[in-house]
Unconditional design. Structure first.
Length: 154
């Protein structure tokens, strides 16, 4: 099922009634036997990163709603594979996760740009085959187009 590979953009069906995915675009980061993980790219969170991470007070860094699963967790995608160890490439030029303490140090030093790093509260998650079933029922439309468009959304 190559169509649902990491890096795929899932565009919510226009009449989807689920408020978690209403008019959303989700970047799929992982899809395997354990299930699938992605992040809503199109919904800014009500708080900023500095409001959730006190040591970043004074830093104006946007935060995004990643999805309804584990909304007490913080995740990130980025374009800094050489600076952030432990990252996983999900699409050419787009990396997921990595060493969080390194990211915090780099943020404090103003060494990162918001256009190349995006933080998410929570994530979109599906159990094994659940995402495949959702797509089969036409609730989300997959798209493999546009590595540049993904990069522009970070």
């Amino acid at each position: 099922m190559a169509l649902l590979a990491p890096g795929t953009l899932l565009v919510a069906e226009p009449f989807l009634k689920d408020p978690n995915f209403l008019r959303s675009v989700v970047l799929l980061c992982e899809n395997g036997e354990e299930g699938a993980v992605g992040f809503v790219l199109t919904r800014q969170y009500k708080q900023s990163l500095s409001q959730l991470v006190p040591e970043l007070t004074g830093k104006k860094w946007p935060l995004y709603y990643g999805g309804p699963v584990q909304t007490d967790s913080l995740h990130f995608i980025h374009q800094y594979p050489r600076l952030i160890p432990g990252s996983k490439e999900i699409k050419k030029g787009i990396w997921w996760g990595g060493d969080f303490s390194t990211v915090m140090d780099l943020l404090k030093e103003d060494a990162l740009e918001p256009s190349r790093l995006r933080f998410f509260v929570g994530y979109a998650g599906w159990e094994s085959d659940q995402l495949k079933e959702k797509i089969s029922s036409v609730t989300k439309q997959p798209s493999r187009k546009g590595g540049k468009s993904i990069k522009s959304r970070i």
